[in-house]
Structures are given as structure tokens and as C-alpha cells.
Design a protein around this ligand. Structure first.
Ligand code: EPU
Length: 338
């Protein structure tokens, strides 16, 4: 394992932001990872995975540890299900395609999400009515302080909406090395209740969809709404959808009767941040090379040479505008790295 110096991170983050890492090491085995954590003289370590949920706002004076550990193994299976161990460096979408080609079901609604398997539990990735936690079994991680491999059960991960222990108490303490998934064998339990999936399948005349059909429908919807990071730099949803109390919601909906919303508990409501941002006039707006996507206002984009600071400034401007207009705080979903 080699430690390189002054490496550009432009191709390692889906925003396509130029930033230099003072030190950089690619890790392909758990043993390499344990060894590098023992190296003296690198007080700042930054763990990099698929780079799909970060905004780098400065050069990094740190040892960037790029997790590229690969492999998929079947741990157990019976008539109805299979448990797979997937190493952290596997690309998420390629793994979803692999599971569909083996007729293992569950992850089809999560097709085309950028990033790697190892970071998928951190923010409990989710789309079109399914979240990672629905098919998650457990994961393994290196505890940075002890360099020991530890196991997390599903309940220990404390999953929530775009949330887990790895964003809270466990933040900065663990590096996930593999994730175990429990997937279904045919007959699968499809989740097509999300409106856009239903209409996509109907338009295609598919009455009895397979997991492949659902995956294709999800990919078609995503391609229409969300920019492909290979063509236009972005990190998916930049903000989380805010959750507000009932009292606040009642005033909000009286003032904005046309606003979309989801009731998530007896006393709380989720409002799509994309709608709030669009209402503030930001959709499709461009400020230099930093902009708001034309089809989904929740996604900030880099037209080419935007710096992390440019995107950060735009996000602050949007947050202020939403707060001023609606009295609602929106917070980034993306990790801001400085
Ligand atoms: N909307 C607008 N204007 C916009 C965008 C959305 O009015 O510019 C409205 C839509 O019309 C709709 C509502 O907001 O009524 C919800 O929109 P959408 O279905 O696109 O979902 P979202 O809440 O904006 C979330 C996830 C996405 C995920 C989709 C589909 C978050 C932060 N984002 O977006 O996840 O793909 O649902 O399930 O929860 C990601 O995390 O990177 C991501 C793309």
C-alpha cells in the first residue's frame, strides 16, 4: 500500500469539485486498512468512499483513505431468501444490477443511486418507497481507535430517515468494511406503491412486473428527474426534506394550500424541500458554474468549474431564502468537508 502526495480529488467526488489531498492511499484489503490506521504522523484521516454524498470545500491537509475493498459472497440461503456479504468498495448500482441478475429481490427501487455499498448505511439511502434498512441485515466496521473489526446489528445501527448511528454517536469512529443484506427469492414482494412507479409501469403496459421491470421503471424516472453525475456534477439531494410540528404545519398549509406534504406521525409532517426551493425561485437558476437543477430543485449542480465554496454559498443563500419565506429550516443531507 502506497501513500501518494498531492492528489487531485476531482474524479473521486461526484460533484466534480477540484481539491487537493496532501496524502492519499487506496485501500483494497481490511488488513491494509488496519495497517494504515497504525501509521504514525497522520493526525488527520479522511475516509473517502464513492464520493457521492460529500461537498469538499477546501484542499484537504489529511491522509485520504480511499476504501476500495471488493467482493460479494453468499453467506447463507434457503428457499425464500439469501444473505449476501458485500464489501464496502463495491459500487452500489452495480451491486443492485448483480442482485437483480441473480433474481434476488428487494433493492430494485434503489437502482441508480450513486455511491458505494460501504457508505449506504451511513445515511440509510432511500428512494421510491424503500430504504436500505428494509433489506439490511448487519455490517462490519473497523473501529478507528482500536483497529478492531466490530459488527453492528440492524438495531444497533439506529436507522432513521437519512440517518444512522454513523452520523451521530458513531460519527468519525468507524469505517464500514462490509454490509450484509437479506434479499428475497422469487416470488418477490414488490414495492410499487410510489405513484411515479405505478404510472411508469402502466404506461409501459406492464401488469405483472418482475424486479427487473421495477428497476427499469425506477431508472427511467431517475434519468428524467436527476442529473447523471458523469454528465453534470452533483451529489443527489443536497438537502433533507424538513420535518415540522403539527402547529407549524397548520399555519404552513393554510398559507400554502397547494404544497405537497407527508404526514409521518401524529404530530409531525414532512415537506418536500424541492417544492420550498422551487417556490423561492431557485429552480434552474445558475450562479457562475454553481446551480440548481432544472428538473429537481433539491439537487445542486456543478456546471464545470464551481468550487466547493461556490456550492456552499449557493446552499446558504437557498437556506436563508426558505427560512425567510416559510420560517422552515432546511439542512444539508450532503456532508460538508472542510
Ligand atoms: N417537488 C417540487 N419541485 C422540485 C422537486 C420536487 O415541487 O423541484 C415536489 C414534487 O412535485 C413532489 C415532491 O416535491 O410533490 C417530492 O418530490 P420527489 O418525488 O422528487 O422526491 P423528493 O422528496 O424531492 C426524495 C429523496 C430522493 C429520492 C426521491 C424519490 C430526500 C432528501 N430525497 O426526494 O433521494 O430519489 O425522494 O423517492 O429524501 C437523494 O437522496 O440523493 C435522492 C435523490
Amino acid at each position: 500500500m502506497k501513500i501518494q502526495q498531492n492528489i487531485s480529488l476531482k474524479t473521486y467526488n461526484t460533484f466534480g469539485i477540484e481539491a487537493i489531498a496532501s496524502h492519499f492511499a487506496e485501500i483494497t484489503t481490511i488488513k491494509d486498512l488496519q495497517e494504515i490506521l497504525e501509521k504514525e504522523g497522520y493526525p488527520n484521516i479522511f475516509v473517502l468512499s464513492g464520493g457521492s454524498n460529500i461537498l469538499i470545500t477546501n484542499n484537504l491537509n489529511a491522509l485520504v483513505v480511499y476504501i476500495n475493498i471488493k467482493g460479494i459472497t453468499i453467506l447463507s440461503e434457503d428457499e425464500n431468501s439469501v444473505v449476501l456479504k458485500v464489501m464496502a468498495g463495491e459500487n452500489w448500482h452495480e451491486f443492485v444490477m448483480w442482485s437483480i441478475s441473480h433474481d434476488y429481490g428487494g433493492l430494485e427501487n434503489l437502482s441508480l443511486i450513486p455511491g458505494n455499498v460501504g457508505t449506504s448505511p451511513i445515511q440509510n439511502i432511500g428512494a421510491y418507497g424503500v430504504e436500505l434498512k428494509d433489506y439490511f441485515d448487519s455490517c462490519e466496521a473497523i473501529e478507528i481507535a482500536t483497529r478492531q473489526l466490530v459488527k453492528f446489528s440492524k438495531s444497533e445501527c439506529q436507522f432513521g430517515y437519512r440517518d444512522s448511528i454513523f452520523k451521530n454517536d458513531g460519527k468519525g469512529k468507524y469505517i464500514i468494511t462490509s454490509v450484509n443484506f437479506k434479499l428475497t427469492k422469487s416470488p418477490h414482494k414488490l414495492n410499487t406503491s410510489y405513484g411515479a412507479i405505478e404510472s411508469e409501469l402502466r404506461e409501459k403496459g406492464i401488469g405483472n412486473p418482475t424486479i427487473k421491470d421495477v428497476s427499469n421503471a425506477v431508472m427511467a424516472i431517475r434519468r428524467r428527474k436527476l442529473p447523471d453525475p458523469d454528465e453534470l456534477g452533483n451529489s443527489g439531494s443536497f438537502f433533507k426534506n424538513p420535518v415540522i410540528t403539527e402547529t407549524k404545519f397548520l399555519t404552513f398549509i393554510k398559507d400554502n394550500p397547494e404544497a405537497p406534504f407527508y404526514r409521518i406521525s401524529k404530530t409531525s409532517y414532512k415537506i418536500p424541500a424541492g417544492w420550498l426551493i422551487e417556490e423561492c425561485g431557485f429552480k434552474a437558476k445558475r450562479f457562475g458554474d454553481a446551480g440548481v437543477h432544472k428538473n429537481q430543485a433539491l439537487v445542486l449542480v456543478n456546471y464545470g468549474t464551481a468550487s466547493g465554496q461556490d456550492i456552499l454559498q449557493l446552499s446558504n443563500k437557498i437556506r436563508e431564502a426558505v427560512l425567510k419565506r416559510f420560517g422552515i429550516k432546511i439542512t444539508p443531507e450532503v456532508n460538508i468537508v472542510s
